[in-house]
Design a protein around this ligand. Structure first.
Ligand SMILES: [Fe+2]
Ligand SMILES: [Fe+2]
Length: 378
């Protein structure tokens, strides 16, 4: 029996804005956050190497390592205000009016283009902060996979990913620290998701939560950030990080494909529910409530003005949809979309993202995205 949506995500209606915003980060001032890890650490005495795709991926990872200190040009000066002012995506008073959005009676009515430039700078800081926190989640999750996965080839590969993730946390932290003005605390919806992934005792759930869902979304989000930034340092940083992430998502798809083939319908349903929960948590975090809070704008007001509380409009937001463009085909490849009479497909329909099901899955994409090898060859 499938659990109800309320049992899985803590609310009846996936679009219930009050319930989404009622969840806020409560331990912002704490430097340490502890999560109980309920999984067993597994030794294997079978050192026989048999999983050819994972062996290939491991070899690729070894030669694609880069050094965040020396391979990125940290001498580049970053003028955030100029970048925000010149970015065609930064909202303007005239642009908002042209879209027919009515700000009258809200805190945003008095905003000039300068305030929108500040908003854009905060938005970038917030996005990169969440990337950084997510990267730390990945660091912890892949260290956990090294311990919990029973296959030697997967332990070897996961060990390379631990190093990749350390580098990712390092470069985002350095960028936020030296090129931007501090950072934002972790968004609570993201934190809940990372906590759930780490607390789960089943080794494959770490893969599903991290490699398929969080990293699948990250790959899409990094791609969009890479396309829209004009800062050459951030562009290069994202290009290198994405090159690693493509391998990470492939690791998830290749490992779980094999494992899920042996699961029962009831076991697959657990995985479908977890994928749905993760999708909702990630969608909730993109309301960027902390940015509005920092700028002194009532969050609900801002969200209502831009109609992000309207499921019809929200589900057609191309940015929001594209975030799921890697996750949905990967879930399909794993058999999660259609198992149990399409349980997950119906849930993805309510989020407006099923249309990506026939896009390329990510099990091979890492070959194309090897930016480090491309740069070394040139
Ligand atoms: Fe990463
Ligand atoms: Fe990753």
């Amino acid at each position: 029996m499938a659990r109800t949506d309320a049992e899985i995500i803590g609310r009846e209606d996936v679009n219930d804005l009050d319930a989404i915003l009622a969840i806020t980060n409560t331990d912002m001032d704490e430097a340490i956050h502890t999560v109980e890890n309920n999984a067993d650490s597994i030794f294997t005495w079978d050192y026989e190497r048999s999983r050819v795709p994972l062996m290939k991926l491991y070899e690729k990872a070894k030669t694609s390592m880069w050094n965040g200190e020396t391979d990125l040009d940290w001498s580049i000066e970053v003028d955030n205000e100029k970048l925000a002012r010149e970015n065609p995506l930064t909202p303007t008073v005239a642009g908002i009016a042209a879209l027919g959005i009515d700000l009258s009676g809200t805190a945003l009515a008095s905003w000039t283009d300068d305030e929108w430039v500040t908003f854009e700078m905060e938005r970038i800081n917030w996005s990169l902060s969440q990337f950084m926190h997510g990267e730390q989640g990945a660091l912890i999750c892949t260290a956990k996979i090294v311990e919990t996965v029973p296959w030697i080839d997967a332990k070897y590969y996961a060990a390379t990913q631990v190093m990749d993730e350390a580098r990712h946390v390092e470069v985002f932290a350095k960028y936020l620290d030296t090129k931007l003005d501090g950072h934002y605390a972790i968004n609570h919806h993201l934190k809940m998701l990372l906590d759930d992934i780490i607390a789960d005792s089943r080794w494959d759930m770490t893969y599903l939560g991290m490699q398929i869902m969080v990293e699948g979304l990250a790959l899409a989000a990094f791609g969009m950030a890479h396309q829209t930034t004009e800062d050459p340092l951030l562009k290069q940083l994202l290009r290198y990080v994405m090159s690693d992430e493509a391998r990470h998502v492939a690791f998830g798809v290749l490992s779980l494909k094999e494992y899920y083939e042996g699961l029962t319908s009831a076991e697959l349903l657990d995985r479908q529910e977890f994928a749905f929960e993760a999708a909702v948590r990630m969608r909730d975090r993109f309301l960027q409530q902390e940015v509005w809070e920092r700028l002194g704008v009532p969050v609900k007001e801002a969200i209502r003005v831009f109609k992000q509380d309207d499921p019809e409009i929200k589900n057609q937001d191309p940015f929001q949809q594209l975030l799921f463009s890697k996750i949905v085909p990967n879930c399909k490849k794993l058999g999660l979309l259609d198992a149990n009479d399409g349980w997950l497909r119906k849930r993805f329909d309510t989020l407006g993202v099923t249309q990506f099901e026939d896009w390329a899955d990510t099990s091979e994409e890492y070959e194309l995205l090897d930016e480090v090898a491309k740069d070394r060859a040139s």
